[in-house]
Design a protein. Structure first.
Length: 277
């Protein structure tokens, strides 16, 4: 049939890996990831402000903020610059909380627009139309107001369980660090699974979302190691940018991170071959 897209026919003829690479190149995913990186840069502080405001408003949620920050630094930010980047975002977000109601409303809208951009990019990978407006609002609200704290709580429980278990034996420091790093990667994988399974407006197979999440998690871990080695060995970057050396690193990290996320989305979309919900 003429209506069948060449991307839906190509897996049978060329194989899934080749189809994924062809779509990634043909649809200018690196350019899309650059646009998403810019949007993320603008929306990070508003998003963090919304999360902090919820933590302040709901009893006991602020106890999870330290775990959430540790999870973000350990799994989502480049090693070597994570604390600097996280600290800067935190300072800006705390200042933003002092804004008026109108200012907070503006930041909330900006955070929702970030979520809309992410959803639209993933729907493009699945070649489906967006959800109805109110369904999108519910998804965005859950992703911003509930999901971060669920991940932080899971990370806290798993970390505590490992720490208590290791407390009964005399283990090497590297074993403890490796186990805690594995926990942060496992929680990161759950984050990606939710992203690939729940955000696209399409029926996604759990196995497809799992494979995509596994790829994205391993790719993030590899990128962290590469960035760590680069930052340790790059005296030129520090001599040129000085105290602002983390900023260009963060920009490159955002660009490559979104390239990984989009590639993972192509993996899930190509394997699932979803129809429209």
């Amino acid at each position: 049939m003429q209506s069948q897209s060449r991307y839906q026919r190509s897996p049978a003829r060329q194989g899934v890996p080749k189809t994924i690479f062809r779509r990634f190149v043909a649809e200018n995913m690196m350019q899309t990831s650059a646009a998403l990186a810019f949007t993320t840069l603008l929306g990070l502080v508003p998003l963090a402000t919304v999360v902090l405001s919820v933590a302040d408003a709901v009893p006991y949620l602020n106890l999870l903020l330290a775990r959430l920050e540790s999870l973000v630094e350990g799994a989502l930010l480049p090693a070597g610059a994570a604390s600097t980047i996280s600290g800067s975002i935190g300072r800006f977000s705390h200042r933003a909380q002092q804004l008026t109601v109108a200012g907070i409303a503006f930041l909330s809208v900006t955070a929702f627009l970030l979520m809309h951009t992410i959803e639209r990019a993933l729907n493009h990978l699945w070649q489906v139309s967006p959800r109805p407006f109110f369904a999108r609002l519910l998804l965005y609200a859950f992703a911003m107001l509930v999901w971060p704290f669920l991940l932080a709580a899971l990370f806290a429980v798993m970390s505590l369980a490992v720490s208590v278990s290791l407390g009964f034996i005399s283990e090497a420091v590297w074993i403890r660090e490796a186990l805690l790093k594995s926990i942060s990667l496992a929680v990161l994988g759950l984050f990606f699974f939710f992203l690939y399974y729940a955000v696209p407006n399409a029926p996604v197979r759990r196995s497809s979302a799992f494979l995509a999440a596994l790829f994205a998690t391993l790719a993030f871990a590899a990128m962290q190691k590469v960035f760590e080695l680069y930052l340790v060995s790059s005296a030129l970057l520090k001599s040129v940018y000085g105290a602002f050396a983390a900023f260009p690193v963060f920009l490159v990290w955002l660009h490559l991170s979104w390239a990984v996320v989009l590639f993972g989305g192509l993996i899930a979309a190509t394997i699932s071959r979803p129809g429209r919900r």
